[in-house]
Design a protein around this ligand. Structure first.
Ligand code: MRU
Length: 356
């Protein structure tokens, strides 16, 4: 395939994909996703505290991108640690990792990346080499993520028919990863193969990742998009307008239950009711074998103002109580298949996911 012949730089250029994040001049350079689609602003972060704030404020978001950002955050944190011994250094590093991990609790890629970074630090011989290996490891995590997405995109594209209309949710694209995307990676791969696809994009309240990010990202590549409100999904599914649903994931439990952006569960039930296949695309770094089922997945509760306000303006009575869970859990029985870089997995997930 063409993407295998291109270097990362050529690939991003050919596909007109913005770099979500990159390490440049000893800083983490991030595309500020809160400014999209109207402005393409890059932030240059030089401390782990700045990275933690950028994650909390959703300037970078999407499970795999959070893992990569946190890894670079830890590499930056390591640079500012002053310690007399390796043991003291590792203690302080663990505290920085805890702070970064607490920024967004649902996406497991964050703690997965930080655990991997701490493990590599522990085996390095001295403090200067810990700092060096941490940066190398963060760069490796970034490169592996792009590669995993390209692979799962290719595998998943076999499930997409020529002429298919696909419903997605939130943004599981290049912006949500180090590059290429998961759910949008599958769509992108099908498009590259010449399949004529059309993507229905729910706006994704409250923060509008669908309207602001997915609609923008797909339009950049000329992939046909129809924007809908979240509540229209059932209408289009029931009328036979959708051939398959493809979404990303923030955490997949051992039994195949999937946490993803709030509203995913509703789509899955509606898809099952309408006889439409429902696919989840995610790298294996999103699979959390330590959790037996989705009931154990922590769900991030965000500020009520994200619901009571729209584009900075109040849309509800002052003082009204609002709930704001950022994710929901789709039980495995609604999921036709989970597309990973190591293969497409179907039921029984509890048996097949650990084998990956
Ligand atoms: O709150 P967000 O924007 O970080 O939520 C993102 C999602 O729910 C994505 O679908 C998920 O992280 C998969 S990204 C490849």
């Amino acid at each position: 395939m063409r993407c295998e012949l291109l270097s990362d730089e050529e690939f991003f250029c050919v596909h007109k994909i913005m770099k979500t994040l990159e390490w440049k001049d000893n800083r983490l350079r991030l595309l500020d996703q809160t400014q999209l689609p109207h402005e393409e602003v890059y932030l240059e972060l030089g401390s782990y505290q700045e990275v933690a704030s950028a994650i909390r404020e959703m300037r970078v978001r999407g499970a795999p991108a959070l893992g990569v950002a946190a890894a670079y955050g830890l590499a930056l944190g390591a640079r500012s640690i002053k310690a007399a011994s390796k043991e003291d250094f590792l203690d302080q590093l663990a505290r920085v990792a805890d702070e970064l991990a607490a920024t967004r609790p649902t996406a497991v890629n964050l703690s997965w990346a930080l655990t991997r970074m701490k493990r590599i630090a522990a085996v390095a011989s001295n403090i200067p080499s810990i700092k060096a290996v941490l940066l190398k490891e963060a760069q490796l995590i970034e490169a592996e993520d792009v590669e995993a997405n390209r692979r799962l995109g290719r595998l998943g594209s076999d499930l997409v028919e020529d002429g298919a209309t696909i419903l997605t949710h939130c943004n599981a694209g290049s912006l949500a990863t180090a590059g290429y995307g998961t759910a949008l990676g599958v769509i992108r791969a099908a498009w590259e193969q010449g399949k004529r696809v059309h993507v229905f994009v729910p706006e994704t309240r409250p923060l509008l990742q669908g309207a602001r990010l997915t609609a923008w990202e797909l339009s950049q590549e000329g992939i046909p998009v129809t924007l809908i409100t979240d509540s229209m999904a059932g209408h289009f599914l029931s009328r036979g307008a959708i051939d398959c649903v493809i979404v990303g994931a923030d955490r997949i439990a051992r039994n195949g239950d999937v946490a993803n952006k709030i509203g995913t569960y509703t789509q899955a039930v509606l898809a099952a009711e309408s006889g439409v296949p429902f696919y989840v695309a995610a790298p294996t770094s999103t699979v959390d074998l330590a959790l037996a089922s989705g009931e154990e997945i922590p769900i991030e509760e965000r500020r009520p103002e994200e619901v009571t306000h729209f584009a900075g303006r109040a849309i509800a009575p002052n003082g009204i109580k609002a709930a704001n869970p950022a994710f929901d859990v789709t039980p495995h029985q609604y999921i036709t298949a989970i597309i990973t870089e190591k293969g497409v997995v179907r039921e029984p997930y509890a048996e097949r996911l650990p084998k990956l």
